[in-house]
Design a protein around this ligand. Structure first.
Ligand SMILES: [Fe+2]
Ligand SMILES: [Fe+2]
Length: 200
C-alpha cells in the first residue's frame, strides 16, 4: 500500500508511529481479543444509529450492510481465536472510544453529524492499524485477513463521512472532521501503551 497517500485519504491528524507494532507484537493474543470485541461494538454502533435515525434517506440501507459486515468480521474473529486456542475473555477496552464519544455534541442535528464522523474516524484508525498488522504479522493467513479488513474498514470510513455529507454542507463536515481528528489523536494517547488495537 502507499501508506502516506492512504493516511491522507483517511483524514487522520497523525499517523501511527513506527513503534506501535513493536509495542504490541508480544501481545498479539490480546490484540486479537480486543479486535473481536471491537468488531462486535462496530456492529452495535451501526445498529443503534439505524434505531435512532429512522427515516433519514438511505441511512438504514447503508448501515444495515455495515452491521452485517461487522458481524461477519466478528464471527471470523471468533474463528481466528478458536484456531489459536485463545478464549474471548472480557478485556478492559482502551479509553479511546469513550473519549471520542465524549466529544459528540448533545444537540441535534450536531449529534447526528458527530456520531457519523466519530464512527468514521474509528473506522479510519482501525483501517490504518490493520494495514500495519497486515504488513507485520508472521502468519500469512492472518496477514491476508488484515489486508481484507483494511479495505472493508476504509469503505466504512468513506460510507460514514459520505452519510455526513448527504445531510450537512461539505464545509461544515470538513471543519468538524478536522476538529474531531485532533481529538482522535488525544483519545489514542489517553490509553498509554497498553496493548490494544487503539492504544498509542
Ligand atoms: Fe469490521
Ligand atoms: Fe468497520
Amino acid at each position: 500500500m502507499n501508506a502516506p497517500l492512504s493516511r491522507q485519504m483517511l483524514n487522520l491528524a497523525q499517523p501511527t508511529d513506527d513503534g506501535w507494532y513493536e509495542r504490541v507484537r508480544e501481545h498479539l493474543d490480546l490484540i486479537l481479543i480486543d479486535h473481536a470485541h471491537l468488531e462486535k461494538r462496530a456492529a452495535s454502533t451501526a445498529l443503534s444509529m439505524i434505531f435512532r435515525y429512522t427515516g433519514r434517506a438511505g441511512l438504514a440501507r447503508q448501515l444495515s450492510a455495515v452491521v452485517q459486515e461487522e458481524m461477519d468480521h466478528f464471527s471470523r474473529m471468533l474463528d481466528v481465536l478458536e484456531a489459536r486456542g485463545v478464549e474471548l475473555v472480557r478485556l478492559e477496552p482502551a479509553p479511546y472510544a469513550s473519549k471520542l464519544v465524549k466529544a459528540i455534541r448533545s444537540e441535534e442535528p450536531y449529534m447526528f453529524m458527530d456520531k457519523l464522523l466519530v464512527a468514521g474516524l474509528i473506522e479510519a484508525r482501525s483501517c490504518e492499524r490493520f494495514a500495519i498488522l497486515s504488513e507485520n504479522v508472521e502468519d500469512p493467513e492472518l496477514a491476508a485477513f488484515y489486508r481484507e479488513l483494511f479495505e472493508t474498514e476504509a469503505m466504512h470510513y468513506t460510507l460514514y463521512t459520505n452519510l455526513a455529507r448527504d445531510h450537512f454542507s461539505r464545509e461544515e463536515v470538513k471543519a468538524r472532521l478536522q476538529e474531531l481528528a485532533v481529538v482522535e489523536v488525544e483519545a489514542l494517547r489517553a490509553g498509554g501503551d497498553i496493548p490494544r488495537l487503539h492504544s498509542y
